[in-house]
Design a binder for this molecule. Structure first.
Ligand SMILES: [Zn+2]
Length: 333
């Protein structure tokens, strides 16, 4: 990539950056930090690129706090629903921006979700293929057969690197192998150290470049279509807020959000909401196994959490709860 990322650590640099960002047709956004979205997570930088990654700004969130007046126009831009922010898995980014700056990231278009929706809508994948993905990439074939009825509407997501390989763009933009190795090593990447190394700034900027390339590929191949864009924006809005709804989770949390698309994301919830005892999100009744018996009874965990429980060999969700429609967990039957 040729774009030189610009590190912004001062109010003047933020003001200059916002003047450029305001002129762009869309923005590409990605956050980096230490274990972002986790209980001990810390945000280090917010990277924002303009269309075609012509300009990439790396905002140092340690130097630029929410009380800095020069940040206000940037925060307005981030929450503006009319300014499209293209992201790849914005679930942790949404949580960190809201926690650190008090604004809800608006106008999000999440390519990780667009890749999922394009499978059946554009690429002709049928339900057997969806089950094959789950069987080969997440569960075993044996387990998938055993819990097949629980797998309705459950979709596996893929990572950014895997998508670059799928679209054969991996040679155009690659991850810095040294930083990838740091991610895997015990000490992790020194995102919280200052000054940030030029290697890390470049690494952060590379993701912006990669997301922009994928966005153009998705448009070119009709994986994102203009007529379904409003739906994808609605789905993305629900998707990116799921980690925030669950709250920060420990690394070892059995039901932490990860490789599966959370329920009530692809479809908008239509009923009153019930709390799942696994992921603790408020979800509509179809997200739970339920039955009529002097009213409505449901399982305490959502279907997705029960799939995770099966994979992790956790105890089964045996009991039934009465649906109370109060929004609070019902009585256990
Ligand atoms: Zn759940």
């Amino acid at each position: 990539m040729s774009t030189q990322p610009r590190l912004c650590t001062t109010p003047a640099a933020v003001t200059d950056a916002v003047a450029v960002l305001l002129l762009s047709d869309y923005l590409v956004l990605d956050c980096e930090g230490k274990d972002i979205g986790r209980t001990d997570g810390l945000l280090s930088v917010i990277c924002i690129g303009t269309a075609h990654a012509e300009h990439i700004f790396v905002f140092d969130t340690l130097a630029l706090t929410r009380s800095e007046p020069a940040m206000a126009p940037l925060l307005d831009l981030m929450k503006n629903e009319r300014v499209c922010k293209v992201v790849w898995d914005g679930r942790q980014d949404f949580l960190e921006i809201l926690d650190n700056y008090g604004v809800r990231l608006g106008g999000v278009l999440d390519l990780q979700l667009a890749e999922v929706t394009s499978r059946s809508a554009v690429r002709g994948e049928d339900d057997r293929r969806r089950l094959y993905r789950l069987s080969s990439g997440y569960l075993s074939f044996q387990l998938a057969r055993k819990i097949k009825k629980d797998l309705n509407d459950i979709h596996l997501v893929i990572g950014l690197q895997k998508c670059l390989e799928l679209t054969r763009l991996q040679d155009t933009v690659g991850k810095d192998a040294e930083v990838v190795a740091m991610h895997k090593a015990n000490g992790g990447v020194p995102w919280m150290e200052r000054p940030l190394s030029s290697q890390l700034i470049q690494y952060a900027a590379n993701d912006i470049y990669a997301i922009d390339l994928l966005y153009k590929f998705f448009l070119q191949k009709n994986w994102i279509k203009l007529n379904t864009l409003p739906l994808l924006l609605d789905q993305s809005k629900r998707y990116v807020s799921t980690q925030w709804q669950q709250g920060r989770t420990e690394r070892t949390h059995p039901f932490r959000i990860g490789a599966l698309v959370p329920l009530d994301v692809l479809k908008s919830p239509q009923t009153t909401l019930e709390r799942c005892s696994g992921c603790e999100r408020m979800l509509s009744l179809p997200c739970f196994e339920h039955k009529r018996q002097s009213g409505i009874l449901r399982k305490s965990r959502c279907r997705l959490c029960n799939v995770i429980a099966a994979k992790k060999r956790l105890p089964c969700d045996e009991g039934w709860m009465r649906v109370t429609h109060t929004g609070r967990p019902g009585e256990v039957i």
